[in-house]
Design a protein around this ligand. Structure first.
Ligand SMILES: [Zn+2]
Length: 412
């Protein structure tokens, strides 16, 4: 596992100039290396390095030689991803362009300590002293180690942007004792916690539509400059807000699965937006955005978090998960017009009522191989407790939410 943390450091003019010099020469080597790779149709680091090293060493006498290695690695990566883009028909030029350069460093070219970070340049080492932010400390103190490779980029105003890479071994996934199925929707995520269904409201669709609506209103404002800035700010805020919801949701779900030593069961979602999923949104772009943040990005957030904790994840086929009765195996009929409770349907065989998301949870669990009995005709099956966004975002665990719900039930 890898995480990259960016540090912005303002440095003095001499340091900046020394790094600027490195950047300039690194760019020259990188361009030559990319050329070499294209001429010899290779993306291999070893071949590129063998091909350009001597000439570049001659050209850049005082530059620490490892910059030639890292530039060749950089070239090999760029050529590789360009090749992939081309294969998918997504490359719009006939060669990879070297526009913005981020200088790659290996363990010979930089040294890390909390007091100072040194970087090799033509005239010896330069030393910079960053202030570390909260995210940095979270990884630094959270069992991650700093990798030997790093990168830097020069920004305006004597600012150096350092990219520090943290690494951590992935824990071995355990043998699951049970399953924690999760059903994702455009406005909520449902989970079975200790066998009880709960519905966590995420409001992803509402948030996306809300920001879109406000952006449209801003667009009709007067000053264009002002309008642009505000629009971009809104986009950014929307992004952060949704990422925060996803991250916290993933953490709660993974924590629950980890503590109950179970595997998370998710639908293996199709790559393309299934039209019916968010059918009331007409604008296809907007629909895609909602789909991405509510389904695929949320799924990825859960998978990534699970990997961090060694929680196994089982992906199962999404077909008919909400239209087959988990007790009778018969069809569940949802009223075509929706009615007052559009997500509640009736089993064709037993006549009992089911909430779509609860049906999906039991079916997901079964598809993963769990055959424990499914409660029939309980209130939760057609009316699962819904937990508002504001409430679960602050919750410590899903267990606590469920036991609170039980308390409320008992009092009622
Ligand atoms: Zn049934």
């Amino acid at each position: 596992m890898e995480r990259t943390v960016k540090l912005r450091v303002k440095v003095d003019h001499a340091t900046y100039s020394a790094l600027k010099e490195v950047e300039r020469e690194y760019r020259e080597i990188l361009e030559d290396a990319v050329d070499y790779g294209l001429r010899n149709s290779t993306t291999s680091f070893t071949r590129i390095k063998a091909g350009v090293y001597r000439v570049e060493r001659e050209k850049h006498k005082d530059l620490p030689s490892h910059y030639i290695y890292t530039a060749c690695e950089d070239a090999s990566e760029r050529l590789d991803s360009f090749k992939k883009l081309k294969r998918r028909g997504r490359a719009y030029t006939d060669r990879p362009s070297v526009r913005r350069v981020t200088v790659h460093l290996d363990d010979h070219l930089w040294r890390f300590s909390l007091d100072e970070i040194s970087i090799a340049t033509k005239g010896g080492k330069v030393r910079i002293s960053p202030t570390f932010h909260k995210l940095f400390w979270r990884y630094y103190n959270g069992g991650w180690r700093i990798a030997g490779e790093a990168r830097f980029r020069l920004a305006k105003g004597n600012v150096v942007e350092l990219f520090i890479v943290f690494k951590k071994e992935e824990p071995k996934p355990y043998e699951p004792k049970g399953f924690t199925p999760v059903d994702l929707n455009e406005g909520s995520a449902s989970v079975l916690v200790g066998g009880r269904p709960i519905l966590l409201e995420t409001n992803i669709k509402k948030i996306t539509l809300g920001y879109e609506y406000r952006r449209k209103r801003v667009q009709s404002g007067r000053s264009t400059e002002d309008r642009d800035v505000r629009r971009r700010l809104k986009r950014l805020r929307e992004k952060y807000r949704k990422a925060d919801i996803r991250r916290k949701l993933a953490r709660l779900i993974v924590k629950e699965a980890f503590e109950s030593r179970s595997a998370i069961v998710l639908e293996d979602l199709p790559k393309r937006v299934p039209e019916h999923m968010i059918k009331d949104v007409k604008d296809p772009q907007l629909r895609l955005r909602i789909y991405r943040s509510a389904f695929s990005s949320t799924k990825n957030a859960i998978i990534e978090k699970a990997r961090e904790f060694g929680v196994p994840v089982v992906l199962v086929s999404p077909s008919y998960t909400s239209s087959t009765c988990p007790v009778h195996g018969s069809r569940i009929v949802y009223r075509p017009d929706g009615g007052a409770a559009p997500r509640v349907g009736v089993c064709e065989k037993g006549g009992e009522r089911w909430h779509r998301d609860v049906v999906a949870l039991y079916n997901l669990r079964r598809r993963a191989g769990d055959v424990s009995p499914v409660p029939l005709g309980s209130k939760e099956s057609h009316d699962p407790p819904a937990v508002g966004l504001g409430r679960w975002l602050r919750a410590k665990s899903l267990r606590l939410i469920v036991s609170e719900l039980k308390m409320i039930e008992m009092k009622a």
